[in-house]
Design a protein around this ligand. Sequence first.
Ligand SMILES: NC(=O)c1ccc[n+]([C@@H]2O[C@H](COP(=O)([O-])OP(=O)(O)OC[C@H]3O[C@@H](n4cnc5c(N)ncnc54)[C@H](OP(=O)(O)O)[C@@H]3O)[C@@H](O)[C@H]2O)c1
Length: 316
Amino acid sequence: MSRQFRAIEISKTDKGQKLDFVTLNETNLMPGDVTVAVEHSTVNYKDGLAVTGKAPIIRQFPLIPGVDFAGTVVESSHRLIKAGDKVVLNGWGVGESHHGGYAGLARVKGDWLVPVPDNMTTAETMAIGTAGYTAMLCVVALERQGVRPEDGDILVTGAAGGVGSIAIAILAKLGYRVTASTGRPEEEAFLRGLGASEIIDRKELSGPVKPLAKTRWAGAPEVPTFAEGGVSDLELLFWHGLWAPKNTPKPIVAKINDAVAKAFDDDWVKKRFGELGHTIPPPGQRTPQALYDHHKAEIDKWWPIMKAAGIKPKGS
Ligand SMILES: NC(=O)c1ccc[n+]([C@@H]2O[C@H](COP(=O)([O-])OP(=O)(O)OC[C@H]3O[C@@H](n4cnc5c(N)ncnc54)[C@H](OP(=O)(O)O)[C@@H]3O)[C@@H](O)[C@H]2O)c1
């Protein structure tokens, strides 16, 4: 028997998008190996944009919005998930290109779901929400980079915001000393209550960049991208290469290059580079000539900018 459920559905019309409360049944759901009776969802910023149509969040119409949800599994053919399990979902294009959480039922890939821990309710997972989940991912990313509490303070920008405030609470609980950067000094008590040890005005972080300044923080988990900061056409990539002394015989260079190129095909190396956020060059670009060309292109790109900005190596 096909279950019926209520949902918010956004469709496209000639005049823009339209939102309706509708009754659907399971056949209207998209493919997936797990069906969940949704109990809670949040109103994320993205949901606000999707529902009001203020930004093109929805990429397929008609669509049920809701970028996250928590609920109880009613049907599953996933090997690790069974009916009755409590699960939570954040992201994965749900509420953007796959039917989302603003519905009584959701059908998704089981691999997108996370089990709700026994000591938490589905309501609590959604109180943490996608903002809290994002904050946790930021902290996990710092830990994966090897940042430990004894390494020094952690800077949290946008401290009084959704992601920032939860990041402070998590970091403080894990024993990190946290500096909170905010544009709202009146939130000092709130930020200290979350565990921040120091509060700085966000103005301290604006102004001219000081190359080779003293290291002040061991990590900064959610600094905005250049594009978010209003500089849209700047691509600044960190890259690494391997150099040999000048006049190293070509066969030796070829031998070393060959060994490094082969290492990039090793599964562990690929996984570790992925964890560090690095991209491995495709096989055709793992050559000394490709590295030379890239290096030259970088010098051609940055030298005029450095000259125009008067940036000089320290001490020169
Ligand atoms: N929420 C999510 O689910 C989610 C998921 C993935 C990624 N993100 C990203 O994470 C970031 C923070 O999201 P959020 O949900 O925490 O947003 P939010 O609640 O609106 O918080 C953003 C904070 O940024 C600070 N801020 C505002 N205007 C600023 C400016 N002009 N310069 C510097 N700082 C400014 C403010 O901090 P103070 O109040 O302390 O001044 C504000 O509270 C965003 O880039 C967002 O796209 C969010």
